[in-house]
Design a protein around this ligand. Structure first.
Ligand SMILES: Cc1cc2nc3c(=O)[nH]c(=O)nc-3n(C[C@H](O)[C@H](O)[C@H](O)COP(=O)(O)OP(=O)(O)OC[C@H]3O[C@@H](n4cnc5c(N)ncnc54)[C@H](O)[C@@H]3O)c2cc1C
Length: 402
């Protein structure tokens, strides 16, 4: 008997593809609405970019301004509570580089907190399980096929949420997806790294980093596009440095392009830490603690939604009666590697995201969460952050459960 023949089909009310902030939000939202929920994640842990790409800060929980005004609560607060129980303070922290309010993360705590919060809400989780195919009628997904360690299995559900970041469920369901912006241009990928072994009693000296990289960039194999020393903070409870210094222009979504980006980013990370060791006080014994597991992907495919949030919606802080989540993070455009451009949200400091951004065009029982939701190129550069992803996830999960 093959693996496939030995497995009965399984039924759920809601299946969520992807276990990042969007997927966890969706699973919790659907479970709170009373649905029987399955979450499917291709890696061996949850967290999405926070745990797979060293993106160690939640953005989008607060509006910009002198004081942190909360824009996202709901199930995201359950996640923060679990993180606090594991010793993270989860207090709003003003990023020294961008002056926006963020919540600093430690990835092992994130993994465990997400396991726990989903378990408490009776969400079934399958790790090492990739959504590989879908069967559908004209306007519904009937079932998905999951490729897992023990072979393939088919799962039927009333509704599905694509929280894969890369619109992988929409893609296998046959929806036509846009790559990048209207011109097919993708935002830069970045290889965030963790640096261990620094002398924590010596503050990180940005001017020394800048000087060291002026020299490195003249002859080094992987010149950094960030002459300002990049974005860095301390990883909570560790003293490690979280550092975003290597950006890479991604030309397309081919495996060849990703392979090149991953390998260049890894090599750059290694060389950059050597630069710190040689030229920056406090880093004499530093070492590259961690890359990845994968490079940080800002943008890939956009599936068709019933409404695309617009730049105008954000710049005017548009509020609307069909709003289900708030976008509060500024437009943070990385069209050119190493040169992010920020534009603030207008109005009262947030814009409403309507439910139609979370609904697939062409499939009635498919919802989007996180960075798959409908948005034009500029609005996408705001809504993709993880705080907002929890909020769109929760709303997608609740809608899918009804
Ligand atoms: C370099 C960089 C820096 C950033 N900085 C910040 C920051 O400081 N703060 C912030 O809030 N945001 C930041 N962002 C943006 C943010 O990390 C992402 O946009 C965010 O993680 C989106 O959440 P998500 O849940 O939609 O997707 P993801 O976090 O990408 O999660 C998607 C999940 O789906 C899984 N998946 C994919 N395909 C499948 C499949 N076929 N089957 C099963 N599972 C699948 C993936 O493994 C992943 O776990 C940054 C992004 C990058 C790249």
């Amino acid at each position: 008997m093959t693996d496939r023949q030995s497995r009965p089909e399984t039924h759920y009310d809601v299946v969520v593809a992807g276990g990042g902030a969007g997927g966890v939000g969706a699973a919790l939202g659907a479970a709170q609405a009373g649905a029987r929920v399955l979450l499917v994640e291709k890696y061996g842990f949850l967290g999405g970019a926070a745990t797979s790409s060293n993106v160690l800060a939640y953005c989008g929980f607060f509006q910009q301004g002198a004081e942190p005004i909360k824009a996202v609560g709901g199930v995201a607060d359950l996640v923060l509570d679990e993180l606090k129980a594991l010793g993270l303070d989860c207090e709003p922290f003003s990023s020294p580089t961008t002056l926006n309010w963020i919540i600093l993360l430690e990835p092992e705590a994130v993994k465990l907190a997400l396991d726990r919060v989903l378990h408490r809400h009776s969400v079934d989780v399958l790790l090492h399980a990739r959504v590989a195919a879908a069967t559908r009628t004209a306007d519904q997904i009937e079932a998905i096929t999951i490729a897992a360690m023990d072979g393939r299995r088919r799962v039927i559900a009333e509704a599905f949420v694509d929280a894969t970041g890369d619109a992988n469920l929409a893609l296998v369901a046959g929806l036509p997806c846009r790559t990048g912006n209207d011109m097919g241009h993708l935002q830069a990928v970045t290889g965030p790294i963790r640096v261990g072994g620094r002398n924590k009693s010596i503050p990180i000296d940005r001017s020394a980093i800048i000087t060291a990289f002026e020299t490195y960039n003249e002859t080094g194999a992987y010149p950094s596009a960030r002459p300002d020393g990049g974005i860095y903070t301390e990883v909570p409870r560790t003293g490690d440095m979280w550092w975003m210094m290597y950006d890479h222009a991604l030309t397309d979504l081919s495996s060849e392009s990703f392979t090149e980006a991953e390998q260049a980013s890894r090599a750059a990370g290694y060389e950059y830490v050597e630069v710190l060791r040689k030229h920056v006080s406090g880093f004499e014994d530093a070492y590259l603690l961690q890359t990845g597991p994968q490079i940080g992907i800002r943008e890939s495919r956009h599936p068709p939604a019933r409404y695309e949030l617009t730049k105008e919606d954000l710049l005017t802080g548009r509020q609307r009666s069909d709003g289900v989540a708030r976008a509060a993070w500024p437009i943070e455009d990385h069209a050119v590697p190493g040169k992010p451009v920020y534009e603030s949200i207008g109005g009262e400091g947030f814009a409403d995201i309507p439910l139609d951004c979370l609904r697939a065009k062409g499939i009635d029982n498919l919802y989007y969460a996180g960075r798959t939701i409908g948005a034009d190129a500029a609005a996408y550069a705001s809504i993709r952050v993880m705080g907002t992803a929890f909020a769109t996830g929760e709303a997608a999960g609740r809608a899918a459960a009804n």
